[in-house]
Design a binder for this molecule. Sequence first.
Ligand SMILES: [Mg+2]
Length: 281
Amino acid sequence: MVRFAVHRHDVQEKGANGPRRRFAPGKGRFHDMSIIDHTLTDRAPPVLDLAGTALFLDLDGTLAPIVARPQDVGPDPRRTAILADLVRRMDGRVAILSGRTLAEIDHILDSAVRPAAAVHGLDRREPDGRHNPPPPHPDLPDVAAAFQDLAARSPGLLVETKGLSVALHYRQAPDQAADVLALAQQWSDRTGLKLQPGHMVVELRTPGPDKGDSLATFMAAAPFKGAIPVFVGDDLTDEPAFRAARDLGGAGVLVGPRRNSAATHRLEDVSAVLDWLEAAL
Ligand SMILES: [Mg+2]
């Protein structure tokens, strides 16, 4: 079994100024690295080791480009083929961790991947298909009404209800960001719903597990147990999963521009992610 020879204290003590062992691109695989350094998120990830890895993937901004209206994202034959191959070659050690609902994940990915944690980790579907979502927070309808009320007065705002959460998208009305965030904060304070900011979106969700918790839960059981977790994601909601993967001896791959992140590696965009995944097959 291949392993990262890395512990948290190595990262903390040697991260910023201490010794670093550089990873030679294309020469090795994840487990060859002796130091994971969260200050070096500019490194491209090595070729994925299908035999020893458990792969956790965000969806929007990672496997699918972000578009103006989230409902416009649909299936893509190349992406579906890559995922189906990965699931087969990795003996099922592939899971989706997304802010979307399970129904949306299945639609966009052509049901290629069964293990999934939807709504940012809240709604987890096991590898055998079992699925027991928590009850939605009782104040969500009031929040949805308040979001709709603001959206009715502000063209470009888009309300998305997901059962366990309500999202307010402002990608098409960026000048509304301050009002959107203030309203969301107000309702979070009032109700105890968890405030979940993202790229041009803010969401109030039923309190519960996040993506990092879900990754750790998947890793505790077959077929993931014993493998090295690698998580790929782009957004703020992905940071707990980057940390969880690292804490379990694995790695995180940030998608998009370089930023402060718990990820250990970085890829530029969705197309680079698909190329990287395909290179492992
Ligand atoms: Mg994303």
